[in-house]
Design a protein around this ligand. Structure first.
Ligand code: FAD
Length: 655
């Protein structure tokens, strides 16, 4: 059905819009507020665990809209997409459907930190998500705005504790009741848009902000601590006005790699993919930024913006005299627009045009929509538990940009997890959490709820201590079995396929381990390979596969009877062989930490001069708290497992 709808991109039929009167008589298990990247995953996940769900969003046609960049994935973010997909989420499949330029970033590094990424066709992405949601069983989609949260106080002895009972809509103020509510209002909560010296209320260009009543509910009624963050987007440029011959063309990967485990190939054929274009800013760009600072309200404010996706104004102010990279990215297969990544700006429109035209390839550029900034409220995420439930409000979950993150992938990952837990809570099942050792989603949520945010949070591979085990290639085996057996959000079809792959990989690893020979005999079989001369040591095929110049195909052609059945997994087996020793070491370290929980830590340690690899943040917290045992140290805010291992090794060495 989805495919049929999507092959006719502009003929999507929406169900007649339901009014609040239609649905008010009914009590839902879960209400999701907001149809962005967090909200769509939350609604879909809640239904997958069996909850009758209502998605309320301001405008059905903007469900799944990409507010800013037309791309998905990247380093760290691609890991999140793979994990969301492993739990049967939407964004990976939508990316495979809408992708028009696929590439794996970071290929020069190890596969653990490769970043699957795709440029997307905006319309196709949105259409996929809408078609998927509108055909999801147990899900009702309602166009409208939520004005207020309905709560009761279940325990008069604890006046600060509440239970959510539903929401009140703007139109007519009618209530809609539910056991759980997931709020995913993105950049819309008390949102203000900025362009030049003009400020107007809005959540995104063309969309009004969230009603003031919702902020009031969160802040005043529930007493939640909120903060303010900002972000911005670049002008969209008419492609025909760009001199592409003055840019460097960047081709996609010859063979696109799908995001989803379920897809063997992407919708876009390899030869149909579109290129991106690279260019650089000039001193003229810096001059325009400096000369128009007084016209630029957004940049003059103290509100924190995304450090790793800064505006051109912030880049110029921080690194004067440098030239900065700008990527011109296609906005769709047939779109006449280019998205200049790196040129997010909030100057007045005439100054935006002046700035663009300081770049040779853009001397004749015309703008379709000017860039702008947005400032919005977020809820300090330390008030949430690892299930993403607000600690003091039973049944209330928050996900996405409202928790201080930035990016579609971070929003989708939280949305999925909040949806799972909102559904479980409504069905009277215990909430679940994901650990840092199991997934990047676990790292993301743990960072948010235990450390909070001071600036928009985005995912990087460096945030995961166990990144050699948390690879994009093994997200399916890490998460899908638990997703089916315990969480209940993964389909039987996916589960069976993942189990088949897992069994085959295990068989192949056993087969590789069972083939052992001395280095000279390996050389006889495979030709010149770089192995030590030690004739007496036996080397297994699995150990041999760790070597850079050995491929699984080479081993399979030497031992076809044992190995050729597993050729479809050659790349995964190579990666597994390379990372296995390290992952096993890391597993042992974790077990050691568990066993050494009661180890006493000397109280006179000078944590600031400790000759081990510890971040300044960790040194400060250790110095301030001075934990008595290793177990107490592991529970400190900001303490990472890697830091605990360093500390443990140091204390044991100096005993
Ligand atoms: P959103 O995608 O914002 O979705 C929120 C949804 O909630 C919308 O559908 C809205 O209609 C709905 N809604 C809000 N209030 C109500 C209500 N009261 N009742 C019903 N529905 C409601 N990300 C980056 O990674 N890098 C960037 O540089 C970047 N720049 C951005 C620039 C701009 C101008 C904007 C607007 C966004 C930018 N983003 C950027 C952020 C990116 O769009 C978000 O990270 C992502 O969309 C967050 O997803 P979300 O689901 O939390 O919220």
């Amino acid at each position: 059905l989805v495919r049929q709808i999507l092959f006719r991109p502009y003929s999507l039929q929406f169900p007649s819009r339901r009014t609040t009167c239609d649905i008010a008589h009914k009590k839902y298990d879960v209400i999701v507020v907001g149809g962005g990247h967090a909200g769509t995953e939350a609604a879909a996940a809640a239904t997958r665990v069996g909850a009758e769900t209502l998605l309320i969003t301001q405008n059905i046609r903007t469900i799944g809209a990409l507010s800013c960049n037309p791309s998905l994935g990247g380093v760290g973010k691609g890991h999140l997409v793979r994990e969301v997909d492993s739990l049967d989420g939407l964004c990976g499949r939508a990316g495979d459907w809408a992708g028009i330029h696929f590439s794996i970033l970071n290929r020069s590094k190890g596969p653990a930190v490769w970043g699957p990424r795709a440029q997307l066709d905006r319309d196709r992405y949105r259409q996929f998500i809408q078609a998927e949601l509108l055909s999801t069983p147990r899900l009702t989609v309602l166009e409208g705005s939520v004005e207020e949260l309905l709560v009761s106080n279940p325990n008069p002895d604890h006046p600060g504790q509440h239970r959510v009972t539903g929401v009140r809509m703007v139109d007519g103020g009618r209530p809609v009741f539910s056991s759980s509510v997931v709020i995913t209002t993105g950049t819309f909560l008390s949102g203000s848009l900025f362009m030049g010296r003009t400020t107007s209320p809005g959540g995104r260009i063309g969309d009004p902000p969230s009603c003031a009543g919702l902020s009031h509910s969160l802040r005043e009624t529930l007493g939640l601590k909120t903060g303010r963050l900002r972000t911005g987007t670049p002008p969209r440029i008419l492609k025909e006005t760009v001199q592409l011959s003055l840019t460097h063309t960047h081709a996609p990967d010859k063979q696109p790699t799908p995001f989803s485990f379920l897809n063997k190939e992407t919708c876009c054929k390899p030869e149909d993919q579109l290129p991106c274009y690279l260019l650089y800013t000039t001193p003229g760009v810096e001059r325009v930024v400096m000369e128009s600072l007084h016209l630029n309200t957004h940049i003059q404010q103290d509100t924190k913006g995304p450090r790793y996706c800064p505006s051109i104004e912030s880049r110029v102010l921080r690194f004067p005299g440098r030239k900065h990279q700008v990527w011109l990215e296609p906005e769709g297969m047939t779109s006449h627009l280019l998205y200049p990544q790196g040129l997010s700006m909030t100057l007045p429109p005439d100054q935006q045009l002046r700035l663009l035209r300081e770049i040779p390839a853009l001397q004749r550029a015309e703008i379709q929509t000017p860039g702008y900034g947005v400032q919005y409220d977020f809820v300090c995420p330390t008030q949430l538990s690892p299930s993403l439930q607000v600690k003091r409000v039973q049944g209330l979950f928050l996900a996405g940009q409202i928790n201080g993150t930035t990016g579609y992938e971070e929003a989708a990952a939280q949305g999925l997890w909040a949806g799972v837990n909102a559904g479980r809570t409504a069905l009277r099942l215990p909430p679940l959490s994901l650990s840092r050792t199991q997934s990047y989603i676990g790292v993301l949520i743990d960072d948010l709820v235990s450390r909070g945010v001071t600036e928009p949070y985005r995912m990087f591979t460096s945030r995961a201590e166990f990144r050699t085990a948390l690879r994009p290639d093994n997200a399916d085996l890490r998460l899908s079995p638990r997703g089916f057996e315990e969480i209940g959000c993964v389909s039987l079809r996916r589960y069976r396929e993942v189990m088949r792959v897992g069994d085959s990989l295990n068989e192949a690893l056993t087969a590789l381990q069972s083939i052992s020979m001395s280095p000279p005999r390996w050389r006889e079989r495979l030709g010149t390979i770089s192995l030590s001369e030690n004739k007496s040591t036996l080397v297994s095929a699995l150990e041999l596969l760790e070597y850079k110049d050995i491929t699984f195909e080479m081993l399979a052609s030497a031992f076809p009877d044992h190995l050729s059945a597993y050729l479809e997994f050659s790349q995964r087996l190579k990666i597994e062989a390379v990372y296995r020793p390290h992952c096993e070491r890391q597993k042992l370290e974790m077990e050691r930490i568990r066993e050494e929980e009661s180890l006493s830590l000397p109280q006179d340690i000078d944590y600031f001069s400790l000759p081990v690899s510890l971040s300044q943040e960790v040194r400060e917290v250790l110095d301030r708290v001075r934990p008595h045992t290793l177990g107490a140290a592991t529970r400190l805010q900001g303490m990472t497992p890697a830091a605990v291992v360093h500390l443990l090794n140091y204390v044991r060495k100096t005993e």
